[in-house]
Design a protein around this ligand. Structure first.
Ligand code: PEP
Length: 250
């Protein structure tokens, strides 16, 4: 039986003070018998503070990106080894904002995914279609292509140590959530695609939904058989909302 996960993506938001307030609110509000995995994706500079604040809780810390390189003359980059060194356990890879704003290709994302795994980080690997791709009927082809880049580079077995996040780009930060049926259809497609290569991996891998998930719509989404939680942007910046999502997910 797969466990749900609620993963926050704080993006480029916060200050030392607001991050402290947010993470302390999350840690103190989580129930002692929290059943779902809880992850927060902090900006790089706040990761050590968030790791310290979550040390005696179930909350795990993610970075929002990572270099595909291990070390060396790559000004401005942060390696997977560094993230592991400061206590990160997860890293968000291939978020649509990295793909659309910074030109990250499927192959770039696959290289970052492999760098993360080389250093013991669990990738939260994001895939999802643009609005025009949904409208022209290529949602499944786009998700398959994005997933295939990782499977070809790292192998199907690598997904034993990864999380997939299906994030329709038209639903991210727009308030326009996919209906539970729309999301379930794509999640089932992803799981069936993986099952053609390895049924055990397909059964085990957590597939999160991302895109305007909030306390009002979470229950119907995670009630779907192939939705194992959420990757949350906006609602993860408010401790009360984030805690409501964690509670709904178990
Ligand atoms: C995201 O950026 O991954 C995301 C899902 O954002 P939001 O929840 O704000 O739509």
């Amino acid at each position: 039986m797969r466990q749900n996960m609620i993963a926050g993506n704080w993006k480029m938001n916060g200050t030392s003070d607001s991050v402290k307030t947010l993470i302390e609110g999350v840690v103190s509000g989580l129930s002692a018998d929290q059943k779902c995995d809880v992850v927060v994706g902090a900006p790089y500079v706040y990761i050590p503070a968030v790791v310290a604040a979550t040390a005696s809780s179930v909350v795990k810390v993610a970075a929002q990106d990572v270099s595909e390189q291990d070390k060396g003359a790559f000004t401005g980059e942060v390696s997977a080894e560094m993230l592991k060194d400061v206590g990160c356990e997860y890293v968000i890879i291939g978020h649509s904002e990295r793909r659309s704003l910074y030109g990250e290709t499927d192959q770039d994302s696959a290289q970052k995914y492999m760098a993360a795994q080389r250093h013991g980080l669990t990738p939260i690997f994001c895939i999802g279609e643009l609005l025009e791709e949904r409208e022209n009927g290529t949602t499944e082809a786009v998700c398959a292509r994005q997933l295939d880049a990782v499977i070809e580079a790292a192998g199907i077995a690598s997904l034993a140590n990864a999380v997939i996040a299906y994030e329709p780009v038209w639903a991210i930060g727009t308030g326009k959530v996919a209906s539970p049926a729309q999301a379930q259809e794509v999640h089932a497609f992803i799981r069936n695609k993986l099952a053609q290569l390895d049924t055990a991996i397909a059964e085990k891998v957590q597939i999160l939904y991302g895109g305007s998930m909030n306390p009002g719509n979470v229950a119907d989404l995670i009630a779907q058989p192939d939705i194992d939680g959420g990757l949350i942007g906006g609602a993860s910046l408010n401790a009360e909302d984030f805690l409501a999502l964690c509670q709904a997910a178990g």
